[in-house]
Design a protein around this ligand. Sequence first.
Ligand SMILES: *Cc1c(COP(=O)(O)O)cnc(C)c1O
Length: 484
Amino acid sequence: MKEERYQMAYYPELLLNELGTNEEMDNSRNPLPVSLQRKTLKLPTLPESEIVRHYTHLSQMNYGIDTGIYPLGSCTMKYNPKISEEIANWDVVTQVHPYQDDTTIQGSLQIMFELEKLLCVITGMDAFTLQPAAGAHGELLGMLIAQAYHKENGERRDEVIISDSAHGTNPASAKMAGYTVIEIPSHEGVVDLDALRSVLSSKTAAFMLTNPNTLGIFEKDILEISSEVKKAGALLYYDGANMNAIMGKARPGDMGFDIVHLNLHKTFAAPHGGGGPGAGPVGVRKDFKKFLPIPRIRRDKKYFFSYAHPKSLGKISQFYGNFPVLLKAYIYIIMNGGDGLTKITERAVHNANYMLDRLKNSSYLIPFGKKRMHEFVASAINLKREKGIRALDIAKRLMDYGFHAPTIYFPLIVNEALMIEPTETETKKSLDDYIDALIKISKEEPSIVKTAPHHTSFQRIDEVEATKNAIHNWKEIARLSVSK
Ligand SMILES: *Cc1c(COP(=O)(O)O)cnc(C)c1O
């Protein structure tokens, strides 16, 4: 089995600063005025071959979506087509400046204009802004739009309702916008309508929901939820980070949602992780369009930026959004087309349910035994009780088999949760291998599982220490190695 074959590389790799010689800056061709030049910026100087080896070594000590399956629940870590990278590196993309005149960037404007329209079609909303740089950023904008809307109606509503299965960014964004967060318990893995009714009031600004929720369960009462929320005069906010659960099958606009955000760096195949740039466009119904950030992109024979929107909230980020990310999403949508996007959803859902089915008769517990959409949550509670093996141990041990761990301990409503989202880009073999490993681990000696990983470049790390005393840059590492 894979474990015996798998061995992650290890190199005693030095930092670039330690590898290269630090040469003084050569200012002979520096176009800056002398007063702005510095002589002491120490940048390591290395031959190209050494740099390539350095980064290749690091990549071999790491794990990414190009290494293997990465079923991190709620993160949609799918394979990202390389053609998008190639196009995003064309000069027409990389050599434009945000202060350039509209007339010189017609192509870029057209792409953004059309992307907004495509996202409207996919979600059933009336207008989109592409500015927010992440899902959480979109949520914050959504909450600010809700605020502007109620204020315009002369209402003071300072509560936002969130389900206990919500992604952690939801309450954080609502709070950041100044709202009091009211959490409601779910029932059998879905929104408890009675609990929702009991907290809805004239103080409710919005109810934030994702459908399917983070357990991968579709909220079948969504139309009733929607009408209850509307009756209370509140707005319904849709967290659409993982749209590959319903794309081409159902639309938040048709379910009654007023404001939605999407994660282009999940559903629409722009790479993410490691803090790289993302995009969290926000879509709204007609009534809220006027609040969207400026500039808006318009067309009147030519495309242009339009700033004359007095009710606009202004800017939510510098300039117009993360253009390369927007471009990659646009390419992905165009390449797949409507039918392609629908197939993506079907495959994502099919893959998740295939894995869930294979896990059903194992030591893992599948709470709320219904069908799932794009992801599912398993529990290691039986293994913990019987053998003392926790979800964390299983996540570590999976690495010995050459797999990335699922999301663990989330959502909080499931004990010893393993949240698995295979995405549509995995083959049946890779799904089978993953499940085989999970089942094998459940039968292994606890002493092996609890001390894993054994075949990775680094073994078990002290996560509490790492969190409390995070080392953020090489200067701190250098200081530590001096003090040793
Ligand atoms: C990833 C995710 C978010 C947050 O998106 P970021 O881009 O990481 O800020 C919000 N909600 C759900 C359901 C998510 O999966």
